[in-house]
Design a protein around this ligand. Structure first.
Ligand code: NAD
Length: 485
């Protein structure tokens, strides 16, 4: 179905049907500031219809053998691969990530996550016998997936792929800022043979569609990726009906450079992880913690890194940094940059008033040095192209600085000795940590400590978020019967 045909429509019960709300939301191209597409503002009635469709589809889907569910997901991955270039372009137009990077991060990565989740169904222990009891894992039920705009297809696949493989049916509310890949995904799943009602998409804003979904009594679980503030609210509302909730929230990733390590190399590695997608990444390494005597080396390495960046149209091959996603996001980031300078952090490059393209929501990449943990810029998740350097005198102090955060999503340690670096990494309170250059692995759990969340995505850990555990007690160990999965 073409984009025009589905204008004003939601994907509910396997069909593109008109929203009960006539209002449309503009999806903006942040590079040109022009309207790229319009999607329904959505209504509580749309949410109700989608939950009803998902509930009706649950029994058949949850009892479909897992190998059949996985076969549909493999097929969906193949279709995504065939459409990767078009989808990457769509996401670049709505989010602003440079196109070459979008192909890898916005589409390549989700395909990898989807296929590794399908693989994980074979590794998962679906049943375990404990004496006379068989402990079985069963689908959680109707799941609501709520996603943000920064890596929209990836965040969707990480939760929706796992939920579908686990045997759940899903109502997905994509971000109103970047909803277009959810439309593509609905087509892909339908073509792959996913039965009607198993995956439903309702577009709209949090206050109406979101609220109707998170409080709905027929919803058994919520998987949310987004800001910590909204995550807290969702947890509180969901508690009223005791739903299972998995939250993937913000971050303020520390990168600790140990004495003797190559500071310039570590600084550039952290910068690559901080400035990707113009800093709009939850797993950004945005706090570089370096030995005090190495401060100047770190500063120079980051100036060199920033000077190599090319800000501009993300469709242009030379561009390395596109715009921020919206004017709201740009003004939020600029205020934090101003606060950094006003609170006394040293501007190494960029900073308040630094030049950036004036058309589109661009912000000049900024590095602050001599930052103290008490400063706003050291604590707030900027979600923009801003990196802080914090000096330390002892390794103990470096660990304390790394842990001085309400967040605990990712971190990194750069050292010269793997054992020494691992000791330090063990003391940093985050859900994922890179040791001497190690990268995030899509087969291993992804998620945070503290106010970065309480869920895990990817691999068998990701599947488990969407499973209930049932103890089936038999009169004797020899009488245990294993149900089919
Ligand atoms: P956001 O919290 O504003 O919105 C996320 C989603 O929640 C959107 O779909 C929005 O419509 C919906 N929403 C808002 N209010 C709601 C409500 N009352 N009820 C139900 N749904 C509601 O976040 P954002 O601005 O889209 O994304 C940026 C944030 O996401 C950052 O804080 C970032 O760190 C976080 N994030 C986390 C991860 C992770 O995996 N930990 C990944 C990416 C982004």
């Amino acid at each position: 179905m073409s984009a025009v045909d589905r204008a004003g429509k939601q994907f509910i019960g396997g069909e593109w049907i008109a929203s009960t709300s006539a209002d449309l939301l503009d999806v903006e191209n942040p590079t040109t500031t022009e309207v790229l597409a319009r999607v329904p503002r959505g209504s509580a009635e749309d949410a109700e219809a989608a939950v009803t469709a998902a509930a009706a589809a649950f029994e058949a889907w949850s009892t479909t053998p897992v190998a059949e569910r996985a076969a549909i997901i493999w097929c969906a991955a193949d279709i995504l691969k065939a459409r990767a270039d078009d989808i990457a372009r769509t996401i670049t137009l709505e989010v602003g990530m440079p196109l070459a990077m979008s192909k890898a991060v916005q589409v390549g990565r989700p395909i990898e996550v989807l296929t590794s989740l399908a693989d994980a169904t074979e590794r998962l222990e679906w049943a375990e016998q404990i004496d006379t009891t068989l402990v079985v894992r069963e689908p959680l039920g109707v799941v609501v997936a709520i996603t943000p705009w920064n890596v929209p297809l990836h965040q969707t696949i990480a939760k929706v792929g796992a939920a579908l493989l686990a045997g759940c049916t899903v109502v997905h509310k994509p971000s109103e800022v970047a909803p277009l890949s959810a439309y593509e995904l609905a087509d892909v799943f339908a073509e792959a043979g996913l039965p009607a009602g198993v995956y439903n998409v309702v577009t709209g804003v949090g206050e109406t569609v979101g609220e109707a979904l998170i409080g709905h009594p027929k919803v058994d679980g919520i998987s949310f990726t987004g800001s910590t503030a909204v995550g807290r609210h969702i947890g509180a509302v969901a508690a009223q009906t005791v739903k299972k909730v998995a939250l993937e929230l913000g971050g303020k990733g520390p990168a600790v450079v140990l004495p003797g390590a190559d500071v310039a190399k570590a600084a550039q590695a952290a910068a690559a992880r901080c400035f990707t997608n113009s800093g709009q990444v939850c797993a950004a390494l945005s706090r570089l913690i370096v030995p005090r005597e190495e401060l100047a080396t770190a500063e120079q390495a980051l100036v060199d890194y920033v000077n190599e960046q090319v800000l501009g149209d993300p469709l242009d091959e030379a561009t390395t940094l596109g715009p921020l996603v919206s004017e709201t996001q740009r003004s939020r980031v600029l205020k934090l940059v101003e606060a950094g300078a006003a609170e006394g952090a040293k501007v190494v490059v960029g900073g308040p008033g630094a030049a950036a393209p004036d058309k589109g929501y661009f912000v000049a990449p900024t590095v602050f040095s001599d930052v103290e943990t008490s400063m706003t810029i050291a604590q707030a998740e900027v979600f923009g192209p801003v990196l802080c350097i914090l000096p330390y005198d002892t390794v103990e102090e470096a660990v304390a600085i790394a842990n001085d955060s309400e967040y605990g999503l990712v971190g990194a340690v750069f050292g010269t000795d793997d054992e020494e670096s691992t000791k330090v990494a063990s003391k940093i309170r985050v859900g994922m940590i890179g040791v001497n250059g190690g990268r995030i692995n899509v087969k291993a759990p992804f998620g945070g400590y503290r106010q970065s969340g309480n869920g895990r995505e990817f691999g068998t850990y990701g599947l488990e978020e969407f499973l209930e555990v049932k103890s089936m007690n038999f009169p004797g160990a020899e009488r245990v019967v294993r149900p089919a999965v």
